[in-house]
Design a protein around this ligand. Structure first.
Ligand code: GDP
Ligand code: MG
Length: 458
């Protein structure tokens, strides 16, 4: 797993082993680990080489001049460089790179979706439509996939659920004329977001690119979105290049990030198309679409949780004094059980629970309760009840509940379990989870990744 590997190689830098100064050899070893981890996560070899060169350029001098006393500072510098380099790889810049497309109100924005069959175009179109509908855009869909049986029905079903108008045909076999007619009609009717679905097919099949070019010429899209399946790995780079040279891709959507995919392919897609990633797909529901943010993505890739996204969500709730206090503490790297309690309380107000919990720092995937939202809120309520049985001192971390083989601690845990009607194992599970989050917040606070400028500097 990429996050784990990167974290452990970055950990090497933290000089767990006493006062040896970080040397050029240490840096080489760390860069080699990072390179291997990225390669395993489907990042292309050239990109990995670039990344390593850039990091070396940034911190090489500091490392060769390093003494043991500045180790901690240097470790942070290297971490920062890794994060920054990964972030900039996900942010296209320089010659030939596409500016993020900005949707224009009151005018037709024709958005053409392309990508291989099964990449998730039709699903993403529904999510994309849902996203804009909720923000008040007049939205419509056109189905120019006449290749796959059932394609029109799939789009129609989604459109009907979302209550957006759609255009397509069961009998007309020419996707170009359908695309043209559909778009013309919705332009005339004053639609603002007009989404065109195309057929994907497999790479071997002839005629796909010609067809796409004809559709593209016929509808003259404002933006062409390449949809890529994150589970496709190394193959993505060549696919993305081929699509880009055929139809001038302007944006990328990465799908299926809810599975085991590690997202290295996303870096390749950006490199191959020079286009920004706009959304991430993380499930099959209309809500499972997140606006892309490079820093959040990298922070997740590194296993830090989506701290920034999480903070944004917390901020967007009515921010009481409590929350501000908590955010201040988190930026300092502090995270008590009481903070966890407040987080769980606010999480229950934030909507799709699995998504929000997935953003929590240090929340390992296996601890996110499985099942529907009902199942999850039950679990969450149970955690809250357990914490209700704790004393103020316990909640504020003035008493350590993690002491091993300590009769007094055992007694406290039994008391909390009895008070909340749970098994002591459940109390321990909660404490364990808190501990993981605490250590993650502490690391992030120290690395300054959480912003707020409160990071401790030596
Ligand atoms: P298309 O051929 O490119 O239009 O692909 P579809 O939209 O039909 O999607 C192919 C399959 O992938 C379907 O079974 C979708 O439900 C599934 N799918 C699409 N996006 C996601 C996603 O973000 N997560 C998961 N888990 N499945 C997805
Ligand atoms: Mg489709």
């Amino acid at each position: 797993e990429l996050g784990g590997k990167l974290r452990s190689s970055l950990h090497r830098l933290q000089g767990g082993r006493g006062d040896d100064a970080i040397t050029t050899e240490t840096l080489d070893a760390v860069l080699r680990d990072i390179g291997e981890a990225l390669a395993e996560s489907d990042v292309r070899a050239e990109l990995v080489t670039d990344l390593k060169d850039n990091i070396r350029r940034k911190v090489g001098d500091a490392v060769s001049e390093n003494t043991a006393s500045s180790n901690a500072n240097l470790a942070r510098q290297v971490q920062r460089a890794v994060v920054d380099e990964l972030t900039s790889m996900l942010t296209p810049s320089g010659e030939g790179s596409a500016k993020p497309y900005v949707m224009r109100r009151g005018r037709p924005n024709v958005i053409l979706f392309v990508g291989l069959q099964g990449a998730g175009k039709t699903t993403s179109i529904a999510k994309f439509a849902h996203h804009y509908l909720r923000r008040g855009w007049k939205t419509a869909m056109v189905c120019a996939d006449t290749f796959r049986a059932g394609a029109f029905d799939q789009l129609k079903q989604n459109a009907t659920k979302l209550r957006v108008p759609f255009y397509g045909s069961y009998t007309e076999a020419d996707p170009v004329s359908i695309a043209e007619e559909g778009v013309d009609r919705f332009v005339q009717d004053g639609y603002e977001v007009i989404i065109v679905d195309t057929s994907g097919r497999h790479r071997q099949e002839e005629g796909l690119f010609e067809e796409m070019q004809e559709i593209s010429a016929a509808v003259n899209p404002s933006n062409t979105i390449f949809v890529m399946d994150a589970t496709q790995g190394q193959a993505v780079y060549d696919q993305a290049r081929a699509f880009h040279s055929a139809v001038n891709v302007g944006s990328v959507i990465v799908t299926k990030l809810d599975g085991h995919a590690r997202g290295g392919g996303a870096i390749s897609a950006v490199a191959a198309t020079g286009s920004p990633i706009v959304f991430l797909g993380s499930g099959e529901r209309f809500e499972d679409l997140e606006a892309f943010n490079a820093q959040s993505f990298v922070s997740k890739l590194l296993g830090f949780g989506d701290m920034r996204g999480f903070m944004e969500e917390i901020k967007s709730l009515n921010s009481g004094k409590d929350r501000e206090e908590m955010m201040k503490n988190m930026a300092k790297g502090q995270f008590t059980l009481r903070d966890l309690y407040k987080q769980f309380q606010s999480v229950s107000k934030m909507g799709p629970l699995d998504r929000v919990m997935g953003m929590m720092p240090g929340m390992p995937e296996h601890l996110i309760p499985k099942g529907g939202d009902d199942e999850r809120s039950k679990q969450l309520r149970k955690f809250l009840v357990i914490m209700d049985s704790m004393s103020d001192k316990e909640l504020d971390g003035k008493i350590d509940l993690q002491k091993k083989n300590d009769p007094a601690t055992e007694k406290r845990i039994r008391r909390i379990a009895a008070g909340s009607g749970c098994h002591p194992m459940e109390v321990r599970a909660l404490l364990q989870q808190h501990k993981q989050m605490e250590s993650m917040v502490s690391k992030m606070g120290k690395s300054g990744m959480m912003g707020g400028g409160n990071a401790k500097q030596r």
